[in-house]
Design a protein around this ligand. Structure first.
Ligand code: ADE
Length: 252
């Protein structure tokens, strides 16, 4: 039997760029979510929007695994950059996940997930290696794939691909004060979003491999609310299709 791959998108724009690559998708609706079943480069795939925030994401992850029997999950979305040199237009491939708003202290250590004895969950090494390769190819495509005026407007010149710690929490981080606090508490953190660590916890429970890429849409600072929608409209929607295309084309 061949593996079933879930492709999870954070945004409608990203979902449509993945569905555009599929010749034969049909929809199944469960728990208010549209799951798109079909093929992509010969792989059996299930494509779905994650939902926003950790609870919505956890439900989507559990349905993909338990109801749709997926064997691996690839997640593509956007995030706010935290790490030094993690710029708008760069990509972050997660190697570890942490819920920055998890705090059951003083019963448990700050950030420890009760019942798991750990603060961090790991990404799947093989899937993340392959995703990194697909992101490198996408970064090389950007200068010819995106119009020069759009590149100029967003200051996108040579996108870089980073790998490391991704933070998730139920908050859109949009002040300098909050992003500085996160950086001070978790200096290894590269980026912050709202779903990845929830997927990682559910994937850990079921033993399903997970790989996540996030394109940086903003710097999680006082300008984030301005940068974020503009970036989504003009750029992010383009990246996901290319990353998924490159990833699944090579994965046999
Ligand atoms: N997704 C994209 N940018 C984000 C931010 N600044 N905070 C949380 N999630 C995000």
């Amino acid at each position: 039997m061949t593996a079933v791959t879930a492709i999870v998108a954070a945004l409608h724009e990203e979902l449509s760029s993945v569905l555009d690559l599929m010749p034969d998708e049909h929809r199944q609706t469960v728990a208010g979510r549209d799951f798109w079943l079909g093929h992509l480069h010969g792989h059996e795939v299930v494509v779905v929007l994650s939902g926003i925030g950790k609870v919505a994401a956890a439900t989507t992850a559990a349905l993909l695994i338990d109801r749709f029997k997926v064997d691996r999950i690839i997640f593509t979305g956007v995030a706010g950059g935290l790490g030094d040199g993690v710029k708008v237009g760069d990509m972050v491939v997660a190697r570890q996940f942490l819920q920055h708003d998890m705090d059951a202290s003083p019963i448990f250590e700050r950030h420890e997930v009760p019942g798991y004895g750990r603060k961090r969950f790991d990404a799947d090494a093989d899937g993340s290696d392959r995703l990194k390769q697909a992101c490198d190819e996408t970064a090389a495509w950007v200068p010819q794939g995106i119009a020069p005026d759009v590149l100029e407007a967003h200051g996108l010149h040579a996108p870089q691909v980073h790998e490391g710690l991704l933070l998730s929490g139920d908050r859109f981080v949009s002040t300098n004060a909050e992003s500085q606090k996160l950086c001070a508490e978790l200096p290894e953190a590269l980026a912050v979003e709202m779903e990845g660590a929830a997927f990682a916890q559910v994937c850990h429970d079921f033993g399903v491999p997970l790989a996540v890429v996030r394109t940086i849409s903003d710097r999680a600072d006082d300008e984030a609310h301005v940068d974020f929608p503009k970036f989504l409209r003009e750029v992010a929607s383009r990246y996901s299709g290319v990353v998924v295309d490159r990833l699944l084309r090579a994965w046999h």
